[in-house]
Design a protein around this ligand. Structure first.
Ligand code: ZN
Length: 642
């Protein structure tokens, strides 16, 4: 029943990130491939057409014809943007004029893309939606090609001239971050010829990721098992449903069927991932980065030590995780614990939650952020920018998609569960981050780095968890909400840190000149699963069959990304604790981070806000918080466990 959340940026946008503000679309699943949802939930089908739960995209474009007219107008801009190269940076005023123009087009392009991709995700079966989405991507590509020269031209101006221009022309201030970032990253750029060669090859470099997606979503024939007399196909969707099944034998059967199938394909799935890892290592070498992880973090100026500190401190905190597993075993009343016992609910959920409930709980829980924040959220919730219920052909998961100057779009698959309420508040955490940043920053620096994005979303989740624990009416309810809060830390912190450690191990191995294969990755993943789940200490049994789980995680094809869930959960824990003291200063500090958008590098920004992500402290504090939640939970249980 878990539908964790994950941020995604299209590959194309990632490739063009240095040229145009990339459409960072926060969120879908932590660990599943995006695919059309299996079926509408009970009640959802009827409600799917209720106008209160379907977004109104007419604030983006009046209708499809208006969208098409804008697309044509943008395509007509491409040659004009290419022509800006002539005399670019001649003086401060002309530089400003050119950058303003590029910004304006980037903003329009983003709006064009947001409309198309939002529509496509509501019904993947529609050929018109797919075509429009393709057209938006193509427009992005054309404008990207027409402006690919810009960063090189900015670098060529050199830091001294750039600084002189910034002093001479106040209108350049809004472009300061971009101008300085181009200079900062200049030493990792290759010659124009080499960059052109790499850009030409770029489309082929994503092929292994595409091969993996096709294998798992289309080519592999997933097995069918019988559950309650009914056949159930154990593909991604079936597996995610069955792994939380209350019957242990069903769970075990589902895990065996699912991961044995991965094992049969571990050669090709391993080759695809190995190539992705090798690509990262080669890229780091070409661009003079000390390692693949350093290359990946350079974009947001995050020190490699932040990543390695996270991994090291998570290892030290594993006794806390093991305590949770023992508690889980006790609550599930099992004689022992296995990997297939991680997902079922530890107690029965107390109730169902409509989207209206989710809205009210979210509004009440953000009270520590102040009345103005609450008011802004209330108005945003009423703006009809949400697509709430599952529907045939709709993508799975959830995301937030922002357009500058407007209430962001929020895409959900609400199932009336508490997990859906968490997703609801999570996405509105992103939404409020967008609104706060837009309110304080010009378009150029409103887009926040992904290292900060999940902090806002998790802070919303943690405030909700606190609100639910404080307002729970019965002992059972309190146990449920405490259990949910602890499980969330497992999924968003420990599990993601384990993935981060796997990514580090695979890349380090290739950097040492060792060869990767599916078999080797299975062995490496097995060691990590055993360590994180306390197999040697008798905490949990890790059956060898589950060690191919690495092949199920699509995000390994986006290296050094998921660690940000773990760092963000630690940071959000810190800020939530500060906010819950009711200190106005803590509130201003937190809102200051949201409002900074993308105007500063995230690690020094957080350090100035009292949180050093390069030190063990945030991770130690998170472990202490989890221990406290477990103390509270244990205090609610009968004194002598059977
Ligand atoms: Zn998120």
């Amino acid at each position: 029943m878990k539908t964790p959340r994950f941020a995604t940026t299209p590959l194309l946008a990632a490739l063009l990130a240095l040229t145009l503000a990339a459409p960072a679309r926060a969120d879908d699943d932590f660990d599943s491939d995006v695919q059309p949802a299996a079926a509408a939930a009970a009640g959802g089908a009827a409600a799917a057409s209720d106008p209160r739960y379907v977004w109104d995209l007419s604030t983006l474009f009046k209708d499809d014809a208006a969208w098409e007219a804008e697309r044509q107008a943008l395509l007509a801009e491409a040659p004009k943007l290419a022509a800006l190269r002539e005399g670019f940076g001649r003086d401060a005023a002309s530089l400003r004029a050119a950058l303003d123009r590029l910004s304006a087009v980037s903003q329009r392009l983003r709006r064009l893309w947001t409309y198309a991709s939002a529509l496509a995700s509501t019904d993947n079966r529609s050929a018109r939606h797919q075509e429009r989405n393709g057209q938006a991507r193509a427009a992005w590509g054309q404008i990207g090609s027409a402006t690919a020269w810009v960063d090189g031209a900015l670098r060529a101006l050199g830091p001294e001239r750039i600084e002189a221009f910034l002093r001479a022309e106040p209108g350049l201030e809004r472009h300061r971050v971009r101008l300085q970032e181009v200079q900062r990253l200049a030493r990792h750029q290759l010659t124009p010829e080499a960059e052109t060669a790499l850009a030409t090859l770029a489309p082929t470099m994503g092929a292994t990721t595409q091969i993996r997606t096709l294998l798992v979503t289309t080519d592999i024939e997933w097995p069918t098992i019988t559950v309650d007399g009914q056949p159930v196909k154990v593909d991604n969707i079936g597996y995610q449903r069955l792994r939380a099944h209350p019957d242990r034998a069903v769970r075990q059967q589902a895990f065996d069927a699912f991961f044995k199938t991965h094992a049969r394909f571990q050669g090709s799935l391993g080759a695809a991932l190995a190539q992705r890892v090798e690509l990262g290592v080669a890229n780091a070498r070409l661009r003079q980065h000390p390692s693949a992880v350093a290359a990946s973090l350079a974009g947001d100026a995050i020190p490699e030590s932040v990543y390695r500190t996270l991994v090291a401190e998570t290892n030290k905190a594993l006794p806390t995780l093991h305590r949770y597993f023992k508690l889980r075993q006790r609550l599930l009343k099992l004689p022992d614990l296995a990997y297939h016992d991680v997902y079922p609910d530890i107690v029965t959920p107390p109730r169902r939650y409509t989207p209206q409930d989710a809205a009210e709980l979210t509004l009440a829980s953000v009270a520590p952020l102040g009345a103005a924040y609450q008011k802004q959220l209330r108005e945003a919730l009423a703006a009809r920018t949400m697509h709430v219920y599952p529907a045939p052909g709709k993508s799975s998961g959830a995301y937030q998609s922002g357009v500058y100057g407007q209430v962001p779009l929020i895409f959900l698959n609400h199932q009336d569960t508490f997990d859906s309420v968490s997703t609801y508040t999570h996405e509105w955490g992103h939404g409020m981050h967008t609104l706060q940043a837009n309110g304080a920053q010009p378009f150029e620096t409103a887009g926040y780095p992904l290292f900060l994005a999940e902090i806002a979303a998790f802070t919303h989740e943690l405030l909700l968890a606190d609100h639910m624990q404080k307002t729970a009416k019965t002992r059972e309810e309190r146990i449920f909400y405490l259990g949910e809060a602890i499980e969330r830390i497992r999924g968003a912190f420990f599990r993601q840190a384990m993935f981060a450690e796997f990514e580090l191990a695979t890349h380090d191995a290739v950097q040492r000149g060792e060869a990767l294969s599916g078999t080797r990755m299975t062995r490496q993943f097995c060691e990590l699963l055993r360590k994180y789940h306390g197999a040697d200490a008798g905490v949990m049994r890790i059956d060898p069959v589950v060690c191919t789980e690495w092949a199920y995680i699509p995000h390994f094809h986006r290296p050094f990304y998921v660690y940000q869930y773990a760092t963000s959960m630690a940071a959000a824990t810190h800020f939530t604790q500060q906010l819950l003291t009711g200190s106005p200063q803590a509130r201003d500090t937190y809102l200051g981070i949201l409002r900074s958008g993308g105007s500063r590098h995230p690690v020094p920004l957080l350090k100035d806000a009292g949180l050093d992500m390069d030190s063990p402290r945030p991770y130690q504090a998170l472990a202490r918080h989890m221990e406290r939640l477990m103390d509270e939970l244990e205090a609610l249980l009968p004194a002598n466990p059977a």
